[in-house]
Design a protein around this ligand. Structure first.
Ligand code: DQA
Length: 158
């Protein structure tokens, strides 16, 4: 049954991995023409529609992303992440997500399964709720919707 007091809004951490600061200029035929600032704005608009709070952070550094995941412990209820190239290499990020046990949705702008073989494997996907890949910036919107739906479906009744 729907509660009359929905409580504080869900807090979602949005992480963008390396080279995503270059969106808009970087291979627009693969990643689209929106800048990261424009994508964050669309994520923010969607968050408002869903009545959740998002904080967006980008780094080119694996350790900074690991630190951000660790710091999310107890502060956020879910993680929306485009690990970018670290998808295919980072045991450290996978271990950090597994350690904090935050429900995680992995997103990619491009369809990584249609691309080079080295992009087909993700270290993150096996510990994520799910993966959304290939819808351009809309992968983030779909990912946020899916994550919020998952968190609401699995929330313990208060
Ligand atoms: C990416 C796909 C990765 O393979 C690549 O290294 C990226 C971006 C995507 O969003 O399509 O940097 O995560």
């Amino acid at each position: 049954m729907a509660s009359s007091n929905p409580g504080p809004p869900l807090q979602i951490l949005v992480l963008h991995g390396p080279n995503l600061n270059l969106l808009g200029q970087r291979e627009p035929n693969v990643y689209g023409s929106l800048t990261l600032t424009e994508i964050n704005k669309r994520i923010d608009d969607q968050a408002r529609t869903l009545q959740v709070k998002v904080s967006c952070f980008q780094s080119n550094h694996e350790g900074a992303l690991v630190d951000a995941i660790q710091a999310a412990w107890g502060e956020y209820q879910g993680l929306l992440i485009n690990p970018a190239a670290y998808t295919h290499t980072s045991v450290a990020m996978r271990d950090a997500i597994a350690a904090v046990k935050l429900p995680t949705v992995e997103v990619h702008l491009s369809n990584i399964h249609q691309r080079e073989a080295f992009r087909h494997h993700s270290y993150i996907a096996p510990i994520a709720v799910g993966q959304i890949s290939g819808f351009g910036y809309y992968s983030y919107i779909l990912g946020l919707q899916a994550l919020v739906q998952h968190l609401r479906d699995t929330a313990s009744p208060s």
